[in-house]
Design a protein around this ligand. Structure first.
Ligand code: GTP
Length: 495
């Protein structure tokens, strides 16, 4: 041993080599860790875009979505960048001058050109989906309906985006894509956890959609939609009630109260003191109100408010027909509906109305009481209390609140117990609840049927593990070369 030590001490190259190996070892470990960290560092984010136009019965809205360019399949990453509300009515209202339907979209499409970076324009998909207003127009006059779609198509084709088509979506699609939107935004699809049902109240139609177990769904194939998303199978119950959106329901309720020839209609669904002259043709100008349509609708009448919530509910109940149920259970109008399975998210007009009436967190009984109070408040007082609110919306809140109550309880059979499973929502994580996002995710295949393979460790875990292993190797290395190091103490002894 003493000889060996002597040899080492005599050979100056030996210590130099050990030092060199140590330095190289440390450098290699530092280089390894630095490369791993840099390699896994998120790159400067680049985005992709998609545009969907919601051509509704009451208005059109342009939604611009954005997502990281390199992670298209990563659910929860697409978000709403901008919404532009088109001025004027929905495209179905341009039946007398179809060319203006397309023109009405120009301002919002110019805005979209500014929100999507120029280098992305050509590759950005652009879709237009028309809902209940156009469904009704196609029932009334297919030719005019085609002209309106042709007019919007012409304008959308002239934009720099990648135009993918303008079409009328079915009520089933509207319901199912609304369900996908809210569950995608809640990140429930990727987690494979329980889902949230979707309640959508538009101007001309309303949709109810929820996941249900297979039992009983064989009863009505037209109400069944199946999806496989992220490796999970979903069986959805969905139904769209055409003519039961807020605006058409109002017309229906008014029409069954009005008797042509009467110069006035006393309406419990409008506040006392409200009085407006209307033409009968405005009430009957819809394919939703065929029955009882008089031959002569040129008369006018004075629409007078009476402000009585209970009577209003009775009037509303009469627009739900009860032709008998050919299934084990029904909602209304003889339509099959399995037992409701919450929780539910209620959006569009469900939210606008309940939010205005401050009814988003009340019990069913509390909601009824507040509606009684709101409807019995005189019209002049309502106007005084809400000076900034659009008068058309303000005048209709007594009807709208009672309609929502009636639709949810008499129609969909929510009870005092299940009422609390409904959350009234407008946005989730900054994106509007509605069918448009689900529609785009589906058409761009951004939700895979199978769960994508993910690395066994998240990025932070991977880097930590790498550092730890490098440290362990380094310590082992130090111990292994320790015996070879020149020993100062021994040297001193020798000297
Ligand atoms: N009170 C209130 N009502 C609104 C507001 N915005 C829209 N509405 C009304 O709410 C109802 C539903 O609006 P949307 O969800 O846009 O419905 P839509 O797409 O036009 O109708 P559908 O074609 O049936 O889907 C319509 O009666 C609108 O007039 C708002 O800010 N406040």
């Amino acid at each position: 041993m003493a000889e060996q030590r002597e040899m080492k001490e005599k050979n100056p190259w030996h210590s130099a080599v050990v030092i060199l190996i140590t330095v190289l070892g440390i450098t290699a470990i530092v280089a390894l860790v630095t490369t791993a960290v840099l390699q896994n560092k998120p790159l400067l984010q680049k985005y992709k875009y998609g545009i969907v136009l919601d051509a509704g019965s009451s208005h059109t809205a342009v939604y611009i979505y954005e997502w990281p360019a390199e992670k298209e399949n990563d659910t929860g990453r697409v978000h709403q960048k901008h919404i532009c509300k088109v001025l004027g009515p929905g495209i179905s209202s341009y039946s007398h001058s179809p060319e203006l339907a397309g023109e009405s979209l120009r301002t919002c499409m110019k805005q979209a050109e500014r929100f999507v970076p120029i280098r992305r324009h050509r590759e950005t998909p652009l879709y237009l989906g028309a809902t209940a207003g156009m469904r009704l127009l196609s029932m009334e006059n297919q030719n005019v309906c085609d002209q309106v779609l042709g007019s919007v198509e012409k304008v959308l084709r002239s934009t720099p985006f990648s135009y993918q088509g303008a079409r009328i979506i079915s009520g089933q699609e509207e319901g199912a894509f609304g369900w996908i939107t809210i569950n995608y935004l809640d990140d429930r699809l990727k987690q494979g956890s329980g889902t949230t049902g979707a309640l959508d109240l538009g101007g001309a139609s309303t949709q109810i959609t929820f996941a249900t177990n297979q039992e009983g769904m064989g009863e009505s194939a037209e109400n069944t939609v199946t999806f496989r998303l992220y490796g999970n199978d979903y069986i959805l119950y969905t139904h769209s009630f055409l003519c039961y959106g807020k605006d058409q329901a109002l017309k229906k309720t008014l029409a069954q109260q009005a008797q042509v020839g009467n110069s006035s209609v006393l309406d419990p669904c409008f506040n006392e003191g409200y009085s407006v002259d209307r033409n009968y043709s405005s009430v009957y100008s819809s394919p939703c109100i065929m029955a009882g349509k008089p031959l002569e609708t040129g008369y006018s009448f004075t629409h007078i408010g009476k402000g009585d919530a209970s009577q209003c509910q009775q009037a509303i109940r009469r627009i739900f027909t009860n032709p008998g149920c050919n299934f084990s259970r029904c909602s209304f109008n003889g339509v099959y509906q399995p037992p409701i399975q919450g929780p539910f998210g209620a959006f569009s007009a469900f939210y606008f109305v309940m939010n205005f009436l401050n009814l988003t967190s009340d019990s069913l009984e509390g909601t009824r009481e507040k509606m009684e109070r709101y409807c019995s408040t005189p019209w002049h007082q309502i106007k005084q209390q809400h000076p900034g609110v659009k008068e058309k919306y303000l005048a209709e809140y007594c009807f709208s609140g009672n309609y929502i109550l009636s639709l949810l309880t008499d129609g969909y059979k929510f009870t005092s117990e299940t009422w609390s499973t409904i959350t009234f929502i407008k946005k989730i994580s900054g994106s509007d609840a509605g069918w448009t996002l689900g529609y785009m995710l589906n058409l761009t295949n951004m939700i895979p049927a199978e769960a994508p393979d993910s690395p066994p460790l998240p990025h932070a875990g991977y880097v930590t593990l790498l550092l730890f292993i490098s440290l362990v190797i380094f310590v082992i290395f130090l111990f292994s070369v320790k015996s070879l190091w020149p020993r100062c103490t021994t040297q001193t002894q020798i000297i």
